[in-house]
Write a protein that binds this ligand. Structure first.
Ligand code: ADP
Ligand code: GLC
Length: 488
């Protein structure tokens, strides 16, 4: 049985800032169901250790590592049979607040480099079989910059396991100063433009991109995009160089948690071929969010309020849409200037725009279910999960045709009616977004055509079943012949 150690800085439901947490829970579980022995490695944040203690789990080993007391806890990811290892290092991970990366004022922890360096060191020791644990993995699967040093540190080990590095978001690179590089005690030879140095900074993500045996990213379109200067954030040259080892595998979603027929967060349920109750979900959502209960087109938005998600484009089109009677149910948290401008508009249009600031799992489900359209005009989107949740809930997405949005949403203007499930604009401008929304609203007025879009969205398979198999095939190819990871 192939053994995988899946190293990540977030996992649902223990700690989450975005889609990485969802993927880090549902992909390992899907791999286990396919017969892989996939175990997760996560920093021992307070919420995770509490869950482990509550489950009666114990610390497996305890040791001194440099200046730190470290222990490893072995537990299970709540609600699953998946083994979860926690790197307990109170000096680095016993912090207040819900964010794994920031303090209560929204600033990055000053010692993030130290925190994720230690996490990487312990991950590499586990992977190399240097800790007193019986299991040594065949594959270490790393995710995003927080795990980028693991493939680097494994470079000095004899017969290391194969390493896979998944880019969930190239915009977050883990950049730190040269002093930090020295303070971490990383060997001097790594300070090179083709190794860890990036414009005179230490780049954690380059560790993963340079040193891993295979690089994956979370959609085929994003795999192509990051090899171009526009989306490559200065790393496109390196990614082009590594393109023989780079592939895009589309994320799946947890179809048990996101199932309109069973969703415990909803009062009314519906599904393919039976959309009657969706109208009830809409009315309940309007009531709950203080919107006028009418048949007006209702747009949903759930997400981080950051530039990536196209917030400035949304702000540019909101007013005319509000003037024409549309409603908006928005949930998110992020940059203060977006929050402030949305709040102003919500005050001005209380019956048409409702904004809930913060993180709210239940409301996210109710917005997904109750909206007619889902707004996702991301400037870039490695994969995106919300458009897939929406499709499954008969909520028609309006998206910018980039990354995973391009791979999951099909516009009637580009595709056959039998395939179309949403609306896609290509030009990166608010004007293009506005025109596409107008087009969507025209179709919304035609019951039958709209229904067809909804049914097409609901009929597709967004589960991990097939997509996890693609990771499985990659692991097998890597173990058989590390120089040929593409199957074509
Ligand atoms: P990203 O990882 O870039 O933020 P994704 O679409 O991959 O985008 O995943 C975002 C995940 O986080 C989804 O599961 C989404 O529902 C969830 N999410 C984001 N913001 C909130 C919020 N304010 N409340 C509840 N869930 C949220
Ligand atoms: C990142 C990306 C998002 C992707 C998620 C999970 O946060 O921004 O597009 O869906 O990771 O892979």
């Amino acid at each position: 049985m192939t053994r995988i150690l899946f190293a990540t800085s977030e996992v649902y439901p223990l700690v989450k800032t975005g889609g990485l947490a969802d993927v880090s829970a549902s992909l390992p579980e899907a791999l286990c169901k396919l017969g892989y022995d996939c175990q997760i490695l996560l920093p021992g944040y307070p919420a995770a250790l509490k869950a482990a203690r509550d489950a009666g789990s114990r610390r497996k080993i305890r040791f001194r590592h440099g200046q730190y007391d470290v222990s490893l806890w072995q537990t299970r990811l709540p609600g699953t049979a998946v083994t979860l290892w926690l790197v307990d290092c109170p000096a680095l991970f016993d912090r207040t607040g819900d964010s794994p990366y920031q303090n209560d004022d929204g600033e990055d922890w000053w010692d993030n480099a130290h925190r994720f360096h230690l996490f990487g060191q312990i991950g590499a020791m586990m992977a190399a079989g240097q800790l007193d644990l019986s299991r040594r993995p065949d594959i270490v699967h790393c995710n995003d910059w927080q795990t980028g040093l693991i493939p680097v540190l494994l470079g000095n080990v004899q017969h290391p396991p194969k390493t896979v590095f998944t880019v969930h978001n190239l915009a977050y690179q883990g950049l730190f100063s040269h002093e930090t590089f020295r303070a971490l005690g990383l060997p001097d030879y790594l300070w090179r433009y083709d190794l860890l140095e990036f414009h005179d900074q230490l780049s954690f993500i380059k560790g993963g991109l340079v040193f891993s045996d295979a690089i994956t990213t979370v959609s085929p379109s994003y795999a192509n995009e990051i090899q171009t200067p526009w989306f490559g954030y200065g790393l496109d040259g390196l990614l082009r160089h590594r393109s023989p080892q780079l592939i895009g595998i589309l994320n799946g979603i947890d179809t048990r948690i996101w199932d309109p027929a069973e969703d415990p967060w909803l009062d009314f349920h519906f599904g393919p071929g039976n959309l009657k109750n969706k109208a009830q979900c809409k009315a309940r959502l309007q009531q709950d969010m203080g919107l006028e209960v009418t048949g007006a087109p209702l747009f949903g938005f759930v997400g981080r309020l950051v530039e990536q998600k196209g917030l400035d484009w949304i702000l540019a089109v909101l007013r005319p849409l509000l003037e024409s009677g549309c409603q908006f149910a928005m949930l998110g948290a992020g940059q203060a200037h977006y929050q402030d401008r949305l709040q102003e508009l919500a005050r001005e249009w209380p019956q048409q725009l409702s904004l809930t600031l913060g993180y709210n799992e239940g409301l996210a489900h109710r917005i997904t279910a109750g909206s007619d359209l889902y707004l996702m005009p991301s400037r870039f989107e490695p994969c995106g999960l919300n458009q897939m949740y929406s499709l499954r809930y008969g909520t028609v997405p309006v998206v910018h045709g980039v990354g995973g949005l391009n791979d999951t949403v099909f516009d009637p203007e580009d595709d056959s009616a039998a395939n179309a499930n949403g609306f896609v604009f290509r030009e990166p401008t608010p004007d293009a977004l506005f025109k596409t929304i107008r087009r969507a609203l025209e179709v919304l007025a035609k019951r039958k055509a709209w229904r067809q879009l909804q049914e097409n969205g609901m009929a597709a398979d967004y589960s991990w079943r097939q997509r996890a198999r693609e990771y499985g095939d990659l692991y097998q190819r890597l173990l058989a012949d590390p120089y040929s990871i593409h199957d074509d």
